[in-house]
Ligand binder design. Structure first.
Ligand SMILES: *Cc1c(COP(=O)(O)O)cnc(C)c1O
Length: 419
């Protein structure tokens, strides 16, 4: 089995044990080979995301090409002085420039950003959160639980559907409370409609305590100056880091791998004294990013600043923005080419979605190719695996989320589905 599957001996032993435990049929040579094959397919590897979900949490959110050499890096070394430096200085500086912030720093993910901000700025004190924002984001991120873990105390204000500025100011002036900050959470994955009222950052900024805005999705600037055209219409409702800070938030926190289009990371940006307090907290050491993440973030930040986010080739730009800005016309040209080359399949209109809790409820007009029948399981076994969707018993590949360099695999898949 080991020779046939090229799997490490220790893994083969585990698989053989499982097979014996499963009963006589499982250790037929064919069954053993199938187990080895299944195991190999379970290893982390590239897949083709043809789902039309741009930031697919189960497929690693924003895709990103990385070029890194196997060499030492000046991550904590100041080349001018020869002394020890901080791993946050350069990338934090670039991120601050992008957001129009005094300072910024990086941790492992955005859940860690919120945890660190609360631990550093509100330990043992009260944090005000609107009852409409005391949410669960998904993947186990629940605002009340994160606050509890940070050592801060949650003080709910307002009601589920309406929270006014007066609700916050009353809580701050109560003699029994010791309010460290207001946490405003962008409820990315759901919407309350009807008789609702929220409090804007501008209004909150008139309060006497700092406003921390967890914007989550990580749109850097609502004007998208890195695009040659206007911002995509579907981004209109997303809060952006630059505008949230300009409106008076003391800090914003967001993910690196959502609308920012970078690697998994959490970014804290805003007032220099507050970012410094986060950096000095002992948890900052436990939550610090590795050099591969810092290198990737530096590459992404430079791409934004150099206006090199969208390019003729996916891999030269940021794949997220390539997906986000592809025109329906160019997707349609690709779809017709695909169907003509394959000699089967049909061109269909589709709707992509941002995904990962970004711009909930919005869709992006897109184009796909379809083939009769449900082929999802067979497609997952293809090399590379193709993750598609079915609609009314028809398999659909949405081209917006597929790197054009992978279209050849879709041609093969269309043919295999038709035969
Ligand atoms: C996604 C999100 C988080 C969690 O971010 P991770 O990077 O997945 O840890 C927290 N808050 C908001 C508002 C989010 O949208």
């Amino acid at each position: 089995m080991a020779a046939a599957s090229e799997l490490p001996h220790a893994v083969c032993v585990e698989l053989a044990r499982d097979a014996i435990a499963a009963g006589p049929a499982a250790y037929e040579p064919a069954a053993a080979a199938e187990r080895a094959h299944q195991y190999r397919r379970s290893l982390l590897a590239p897949v083709i995301n043809a789902t039309g979900v741009l930031l697919h949490t189960n497929l690693g959110r924003a895709p990103l090409a990385l070029t890194q050499s196997p060499q030492a890096t000046n991550v904590e070394f100041d080349l001018e002085t020869g002394e020890r430096g901080s791993r946050q200085t350069v990338v934090g500086g670039l991120l601050a420039t992008l957001c129009g912030a005094e300072a910024a720093m990086v941790v492992n993910n955005n859940a860690a950003s919120v945890l660190l901000v609360l631990a550093a700025l509100a330990n043992g004190r009260d944090v005000l959160v609107s009852r409409g924002e005391s949410v669960e984001i998904g993947g186990g991120f629940r605002v009340p639980e994160v606050i509890e873990q940070s050592g801060a105390r949650l003080l709910d204000v307002g009601t589920t559907n309406r929270t006014r500025l007066a609700d916050y100011s009353r809580a701050i002036s109560r003699r029994t409370s010791d309010v460290a900050l207001v946490l405003k959470v962008h409820p990315g994955n759901y919407r309350v409609e009807g008789f609702t009222e929220g409090t804007s950052i501008e209004q909150l900024a008139t309060l006497s305590v700092p406003i921390v805005a967890d914007i989550g999705s990580g749109l850097i600037d609502a004007n998208c100056p890195w695009l040659s055209g206007p911002p995509p219409a579907w981004l209109a409702t997303e809060p952006a880091a630059r505008q949230t800070l300009a409106a008076g938030a003391a800090l914003v926190t967001f993910s690196g791998d959502k609308l920012f289009g970078g690697p998994q990371a959490g970014i804290i940006a805003g007032r220099a004294d507050l970012v410094a307090a986060c950096g000095h907290h002992p948890l900052a050491r436990a939550l610090r990013p590795g050099i591969h993440i810092l290198l990737a973030l530096q590459q992404v930040a430079l791409a934004y600043l150099q206006r090199a986010v969208v390019s003729d080739s996916w891999d030269a730009g940021l794949p997220f923005w390539q997906m986000a800005t592809a025109s329906v016309n160019e997707l349609s040209v690709r779809a017709h080419q695909l169907v003509a080359t394959a000699g089967c399949g049909a061109v269909v209109a589709t709707e992509s979605v941002p995904g990962a809790g970004s711009a909930p409820g919005t869709t992006i007009a897109s184009v796909g190719v379809s083939t009769a029948g449900d082929h999802l399981a067979a497609l997952r076994r293809a090399r590379p695996p193709i993750i598609a969707r079915t609609r009314d018993g028809v398999t659909v590949f949405d081209l917006r989320t597929v790197n054009p360099a992978d279209d050849g695999y879709l041609v093969e898949a269309l043919r295999a589905c038709a035969s």
